[in-house]
Design a protein around this ligand. Structure first.
Ligand code: PLP
Length: 389
């Protein structure tokens, strides 16, 4: 269809799909290569994770593997944990389990926006925003961030709002910048959206994409837009905290402050079915109360972050120390980030060029590689640096 062909050509899929299909498999296959490309786990899965799945795969009733919408025990466990992270009294009935964060985002957009509506988001974006927005028949409207601080550029957001704006998509902690937006900034965003909604006569929603909200460092307090703006929908994925992104489970959570939220419930369930029975599989739902008890190893990731930030800075790289997520987003020493990505690949280190984040001149490193791999990468980063300086 024309629509599918358009999606394959949308930014950054026009480049990324070729990278996935040809460049990455070829580079990865080289012996001794150090892969810092994607947020895939390199360390063995924790025993508690494996045990939770094993225990949940043993049927306890005849419906154990039957069609599941959102299992009450899973919803209750998720709502409970969410209340501990986000200062909002989420109720179990407002936690709608999904097949990961991708689905939660698609669901959120289709729930509140009609075809032709505009969705504002900041650059650098996560690579799937544009394609998810377009697939829903919506129009992406991209705004810059504040380049020095990686903060939301609130003036740019205000300037991008039109009578067709229905959603501002916010990602905190941010992939790829690692920025955790301060609550004061979210309050200012809320005020500007209140004002703009009143002006245009149409409520603008925030879709808050927060799969990394438990991955914050140095005692940083995470704040969700749902705390300050009732017209917010929260998309979450367990793939990051549990370092198991292929095990597809997440949710869309509706805050109790959202006016008329009960009316959304049948629409959410209808959409979940209509977009391909987007409820997560039965075993993952059964496992959720156990999975919720497995913490993210913040101390290990702080170690990895500090090792790489100080190691790269010593070499000469300009790199920011992220407050959250497991990514670094250094400046490339040459303006062409893809040329530098290729040069690093020649030194057997794989990263993702800023091109894929619509941010030329930078590249992204994932800290999900093991500590040993990260350590081994530093002399190679040094050699690549020396060859261009
Ligand atoms: N949002 C952001 C910012 C992400 O980085 C990702 C995954 O990389 C997702 C959403 C989707 O998460 P999942 O693959 O677990 O559905």
């Amino acid at each position: 269809s024309r629509r599918a062909a358009d999606l394959a050509r949308s930014t950054p899929f026009d480049h990324l799909l070729g990278f996935f299909a040809h460049v990455y498999p070829e580079r990865r296959a080289r012996p001794g290569v150090l892969d810092l490309t994607f947020g895939n786990p390199h360390d063995p899965a924790p025993a508690a994770y494996v045990e939770a799945l094993r225990a949940s795969a043993v049927p306890r009733d005849e419906h154990w593997f039957g069609y599941k919408v959102s299992e009450p025990a899973a919803r209750a466990a998720a709502a409970d944990a969410l209340r501990g992270v986000v200062g909002v009294a989420f109720e179990p009935d407002d936690v709608h389990l999904t097949t990961g964060g991708f689905t939660a985002l698609a669901l959120a957009l289709k729930l509140v926006a009609d075809p032709g509506d505009e969705v504002v988001f900041s650059i650098p974006p996560w690579f799937a925003y544009e394609v998810i927005v377009r697939e829903a028949g919506l129009v992406p409207v991209k705004v810059p961030i504040v380049p020095e601080t990686f903060d939301l550029d609130l003036d740019a957001i205000a300037g991008a709002i039109t009578p067709r704006t229905r959603v501002v998509l916010v990602n905190t902690p941010n992939n790829p910048t690692g920025r955790v937006y301060p609550v004061e900034q979210l309050r200012r965003l809320a005020a500007l959206l209140d004002e703009a909604s009143a002006r245009t006569g149409r409520r603008i929603f925030v879709v808050s994409d927060e799969p990394y909200h438990r991955i914050v460092y140095d005692g940083t307090t995470f704040h969700s837009p749902t705390e300050v703006y009732p017209w917010s929908l929260l998309a979450y994925s367990y793939g990051k905290t549990l370092l198991a992104p292929g095990q597809r489970i997440g949710y869309l959570a509706v805050p109790p402050t959202l006016p008329g939220r009960e009316e959304l419930r049948p629409a959410i369930e209808a959409l979940q079915i209509a977009i391909g029975y987007a409820f997560p599989n039965a075993v993952l739902q059964h496992a959720l109360p156990l999975l919720e008890r497995i913490p993210f190893d913040v101390a290990l990731y702080e170690r990895k972050r500090d090792l790489m930030v100080s190691g790269l800075r010593e070499i000469g790289y300009d790199v920011h120390s992220p407050e959250g997520t497991f990514y670094l987003f250094p400046r490339s020493p040459v303006p062409d980030d893809r040329a530098f990505e290729s040069l690093l690949a020649e030194h057997d280190v794989l990263v993702l060029g800023g091109k894929y984040f619509e941010t030329p001149g930078r590249f992204r490193i994932s800290l999900t590689a093991s500590l040993e791999t990260l350590e081994a990468s530093l002399p190679r980063f040094a050699a690549a640096w020396a060859s261009v300086r």
